[in-house]
Design a binder for this molecule. Sequence first.
Ligand code: 13P
Ligand code: SF4
Length: 303
Amino acid sequence: WPVYAPYVAAINRLKRERSAVILAHNYQTPEIYHCVADIVGDSLQLAREAEKVDAKIIVQCGVHFMAETSKLMNPEKTVLVPDMRAGCSLSESITAADVRLLRERYPGVPIVTYVNTSAEVKAESDICCTSSNAVKVVESLDSDTVLCIPDEYLALNVARQTNKKILTWKGHCEVHERFTAEELLAYKDADPSIQIVAHPECHPDVLAVSDYAGSTAGMIDYVKGKRPARVLLVTECSMASNVQSEVPGVEFVKPCNLCPHMRRITLPKILESLTDMTGEVRVDPAIADRARRAVERMVALAN
Ligand code: 13P
Ligand code: SF4
């Protein structure tokens, strides 16, 4: 890792000088996750940690919607995202106008929006959810029918765990939709002891052949707790690299898929962003107030 050392030293020095903290998602590359991040976690953990940040600046190492969520949770802070183009196929799949149309089409049906969406979409929603609390959020609502958008597969996976009728949208994660039950079964056939650990953005058929499904943090905890000899993390590739050093003896088996959006965040871009204060995330205050309400409702439920 000597190639990273000058960047790591410069970033950590600038963090102190500028009063900045780095929040990094579990999908960030190991040199970010292990060497410059102050807090790592899944979407829910990062949203909750953002609210508690005392420092003046939050550098969000993750995708744009995560930085927006930090800004919603702690609006007084300057929130930087080292590459503004770090998007998300789920976030791109739906607009605020789409949500308003759904509201007209299904009057009275509560709208649960996955955090992988823009602030504008959150602002049109009743409450947010993440992969770690989607079932809990849906169950908390006083309605037999719930709109769970925009991730179709997450919604179908929730539907299997509740008696409520779940309506959804056709959004997909371009990373998780590529996994198939057939390819995973081939691994199980070759080695029945292998543990298959999947993210709920995968197709329900994939979850059906998995030993565990949960958020990125849930997946990490499962591996740390179970310490299987061989495990297949059905998710973004960096997860296995990040956890590897903490669970020696566990073999991480491919396949995994890369998220091109997460990959946009690199040490040189973090350094540039902190040096020049570029990539500041701003949310229109009128939208922010409404979007914050949806996120705070979710966070309050998790407390
Ligand atoms: P988690 O909330 O499980 O970390 O998921 C975020 C994400 O983008 C998964 O693709
Ligand atoms: Fe979005 Fe999928 Fe990338 Fe997560 S892995 S940020 S859901 S495209």
